[in-house]
Design a protein around this ligand. Structure first.
Ligand code: PLP
Length: 381
């Protein structure tokens, strides 16, 4: 049975070029990049070349890039690191549709006495900008908002948020994990102060990512214990992972124009589902969205049942956040958008990538309608 992989917001296939470079780095770049000898200096060069490749993808200086283990670590570093140096300001502004990495970091900050306030979204998942502006008082330590939503693909207006924050001298951290590699991300023109991202969302390896920290932004060190990463994050570098991320970043920059083709495939799939299956709707359709994501609500069904039948037919998708599958509660994102429970319970996220083929979409269009029809017939309304 063919695998049709439409779960790229959970993770992506590692680009073969990245795999090759990682294997070579494991073989030849095994030395410690902090060592003075020649093999150590070779490993250092691999790390710094990769840092440059990633910096070019998001348009920052290499010295503004802290290499980490991925999105979750970067987000925790950013939120805790900035809040710590901003006392006595003790308010953090975020949204109710953030990834669990941000939500978890906020829970931890609450226990440290930080007042976390969530600015709401409308039914299309768009941020209430007026409310955000209203909340940006003198007691705000920082703002943390995502660029692209992992469940719906809805984009926040990051440059507009950055401008509001800049005018008030409030540091703005953006979770760019789902945006990098899918849409043009330029930290300089966007005006963000900090941005988290993760290699495995743009065809790099898992367990490696980065945190952009604009020069001049103050933050505490979260992982002391070494001179690495300008003393911001101690520990011997994950050389092969960093090399793989560098190659993936370069490929992502080169292939970005292909996202138009991906958007056309996504739109074709979406149109077909809406036209052939009654009682379906696209969650977040009225918002500006990532080109690769569609979140479709199949009314009166449970997403787990749909996913199971799709998976039996080789189609990989997801019920919103991968980490929330297995739970019968509709996702916190769809709840924040006030999507009707009847629809939210049966929401499925299909997320494509530049590797997605026309044939995969044709097969998905064949597989999905009978699965929904079957479930609607056998399950009581
Ligand atoms: N932020 C968003 C929006 C994500 O989608 C994810 C991963 O799903 C993360 C953060 C966490 O990234 P990582 O898996 O690299 O820790």
């Amino acid at each position: 049975m063919e695998t049709i992989y439409l779960d790229n917001n959970a993770t992506t296939q590692t680009a073969p070029e990245a795999v090759e470079a990682m294997v070579a780095a494991m073989r030849e770049g095994y030395a410690n990049p902090s060592s003075m000898h020649r093999p150590g200096q070779y490993a250092r060069k691999l790390v710094e070349d990769a840092r440059g490749q990633v910096a070019r993808l998001i348009n920052c200086q290499s010295s503004e890039l802290v290499l980490t283990s991925g999105g979750t670590e970067s987000i925790n570093d950013a939120l805790q690191g900035v809040c710590r140096v901003r006392r006595p300001r003790n308010r953090l502004i975020t949204s109710p549709v953030e990834h669990s990495a941000t939500r978890g970091a906020c829970d931890k900050l609450r226990t440290d006495g930080i007042d976390v306030f969530e600015v709401g979204v409308d039914s299309a998942g768009r941020l209430d900008m007026e409310r955000l502006e209203h909340e940006l008082g003198d007691d705000v330590a920082m703002v943390s908002l995502m660029w692209a939503n992992n469940e719906t693909g809805v984009l926040f207006d990051v440059p507009a948020v950055a401008q509001l924050c800049r005018e008030r001298r409030i540091p703005f951290h953006c979770d760019g994990t789902q945006a990098v590699g899918k849409i043009p991300v330029d930290v300089k023109t966007a005006g963000v102060d900090l941005m988290s991202f993760s290699a495995h969302k743009f065809h790099g390896p898992k367990g490696v990512g980065g945190l952009f920290v604009r020069r001049g932004v103050r933050m505490a060190t979260l992982i002391p214990g070494g001179p690495q990463e300008m003393t911001r994050r101690g520990g011997t570098e994950n050389v092969p992972g960093i090399v793989g991320m560098g190659v993936a970043a370069e490929l992502a920059a080169r292939h970005l124009p292909e996202m138009d083709r991906v958007a056309a495939l996504r739109d074709r799939l979406e149109r077909h589902i809406l036209q052939t299956i009654p009682e379906t709707s696209v969650n977040g359709a009225a918002g500006e969205r990532l080109p690769n994501t569609t979140n479709i609500g199949f009314a009166r069904l449970q997403s787990e049942a749909i996913l199971l039948l799709l998976s039996e037919r080789g189609l990989c998708a997801s019920a919103g956040a991968a980490c929330s599958s297995g739970s019968l509660e509709p996702s916190h994102v769809l709840r924040a958008m006030c999507i009707d429970f009847k629809i939210a319970h049966g929401a499925i996220r299909f997320s494509l990538s530049r590797y997605t083929t026309e044939r995969e979409i044709d097969l998905a269009m064949e597989i999905i309608p009978p699965v929904i029809q079957k479930l609607r017939t056998v399950l009581p309304t």
